[in-house]
Design a protein around this ligand. Structure first.
Ligand SMILES: *[C@@H]1O[C@H](CO)[C@@H](O)[C@H](O)[C@H]1NC(C)=O
Ligand SMILES: *[C@@H]1O[C@H](CO)[C@@H](O)[C@H](O)[C@H]1NC(C)=O
Ligand SMILES: *[C@@H]1O[C@H](CO)[C@@H](O)[C@H](O)[C@H]1NC(C)=O
Length: 418
């Protein structure tokens, strides 16, 4: 599960890779192998082997420091990437602008696998990223830093560059936290032009001690803490689309166990996983753009989705025109944040069901996301006789909106879309 270092081998490889200019065609044939950052005065702090329980804390610490982190995820290693907690943590870190990349499905030594097995290990991560966040990863960090020509060419065929590192905190190799800190001091004292630093998201001491130490140290020394893509001056992803609806197929059951490869009872996947592109803007956008949705009782109160995440609540709060209040009506769905839809939680028809937002493809939404606006200004859940309802008639900021049986003339169910 941990990464060991073959630094000298790697440095030799870098020398070879960086020794030759790469044309675009060569790049397609053989992926770029990045060990170092390229930009001056930038440091990329990178975290392998998650997602795990410290992801959110590391994400928050970077965000608070105005810094960006890079996470190299496995699908099935310390945890299953489809654990609902991990799904929401990943979406959280992505929304915060941190970079996500592949560390293979099960953390095998890819250089010992067949090409088919390598394909499978990369495919499963592409599928997870497509499902959970709607991105195509552009970077692979091979476990243990081990790769051979097969790893390089399969990664290239799948559009991924290899990202190694040039400093290792040793946090997964038995270094004490004090030793890891000393290593960070070495980097700072060496006044390096840039650095690409390896550490591990799954280590508690890394999350609680090393991260705050590194953020403070490198900021004091005047470095910018950026993603790997940024310090290389390249795009972090091959494509950005929309995430998918979770389903029972989102599981690590029947997929390679930690350290294992496909084969036997586990079919090897070598194709391209389903990817949902962002819905294209209609060529004749309805007169709208984004609208505010206000309860009839108050022109200064707006329907708001304060949290851009699956399951985020829908409340009323003072209108301020922010993204959380900007709703686009596309067909029968109300979209906020570009790819989140107004959604009846769990499709429940019970009176008092609270509304949420959930990622969606407005072109093929499920039934819980379909609403029509009536002439009496009700927002009706299509086919259910239920209407959006201002809970208890309260305009208090944060009051969660519900559905209730449609009642004509009920002011709590009248909304102005402006
Ligand atoms: C452990 O930390 C020391 C610095 O204290 C560093 O020289 C060494 O490279 C680290 N070990 C690993 C495996 O990175
Ligand atoms: C607008 O209001 C929402 C909900 O209260 C809040 O989350 C957001 O930070 C506000 N934005 C601005 C720019 O004031
Ligand atoms: C929901 O509320 C309406 C009117 O307020 C009531 O007539 C109806 O029976 C309620 N439905 C359920 C399932 O409780």
């Amino acid at each position: 599960m941990s990464s060991s270092v073959l630094l000298f081998t790697l440095l030799t490889s870098f020398a070879v890779v960086f020794g030759h200019p790469h044309t675009h065609l060569e790049f397609r044939a053989t992926p770029q192998v990045y060990g170092h950052c390229l930009n001056s005065n930038e440091i990329a702090l990178t975290f392998d082997d998650g997602p795990f329980q410290y992801l959110r804390s590391i994400s928050d610490q970077f965000t608070a420091a105005g810094a960006k982190a890079t996470f190299f995820f496995n699908g099935n290693n310390w945890d299953c990437i489809y654990n609902p907690d991990r799904i929401s943590d990943i979406q959280y870190a992505y929304a915060a602008g941190h970079m996500l990349a592949s560390h293979s499905w099960s953390h095998p030594d890819l250089s010992t696998l067949s090409r088919t097995e390598i394909h499978d290990s990369l495919y499963r991560m592409e599928e997870a990223f497509s499902r959970i966040v709607g991105i195509k990863p552009a970077f692979l960090r091979p476990p243990y830093g081990n790769y051979n020509e097969d790893v390089r060419s399969v990664a290239a065929a799948r559009g991924q560059s290899l990202a190694l590192w040039d400093w290792d905190t040793g946090d997964a190799d038995g270094n004490t936290t004090a030793q890891s800190k000393a290593l960070l001091d070495d980097i700072a004292n060496a006044k390096v032009k840039n650095a690409n630093v390896l550490s591990h998201e799954v280590k508690e001491n890394t999350a609680t001690e090393l991260v705050p130490y590194a953020l403070d140290l490198f900021k004091r020394k005047g470095y910018k803490l950026v993603t790997i893509a940024q310090c290389l001056g390249v795009e972090p992803y091959n494509a950005i689309g929309v995430r998918q609806q979770p389903s029972s197929t989102w599981t690590c059951n029947g997929a390679p166990a930690p350290g294992a490869a496909c084969g036997g009872s586990i079919p090897c996947q070598t194709g391209t996983p389903v990817f949902s592109s962002a819905p294209s803007t209609p060529s004749n956008p309805p007169s709208d753009g984004a609208r505010l949705i206000k309860p009839k009782a108050s022109s200064s109160t707006c329907l708001t989705a304060p949290t851009n995440a699956n399951g985020g609540a829908v409340v009323v709060s003072p209108c301020n025109g922010s993204a959380s209040q900007s709703w686009k009506q596309i067909g029968q769905v109300f979209v906020v944040y570009g790819n989140m839809c107004l959604d009846v939680t769990k499709g429940s028809t019970a009176n008092g069901t609270k509304m949420q937002i959930w990622s969606c493809n407005p072109v093929s939404p499920n039934a819980n996301k379909l609403f029509t606006v009536t002439s009496s200004k009700q927002i009706q859940w299509v086919g259910q006789g239920k209407c959006l309802d201002l809970t208890d008639g309260s305009l208090k900021s944060g009051n969660k909106i519900q559905t209730w049986s449609c009642v004509n003339g009920n002011n709590n169910q009248a909304w102005n879309i402006v």
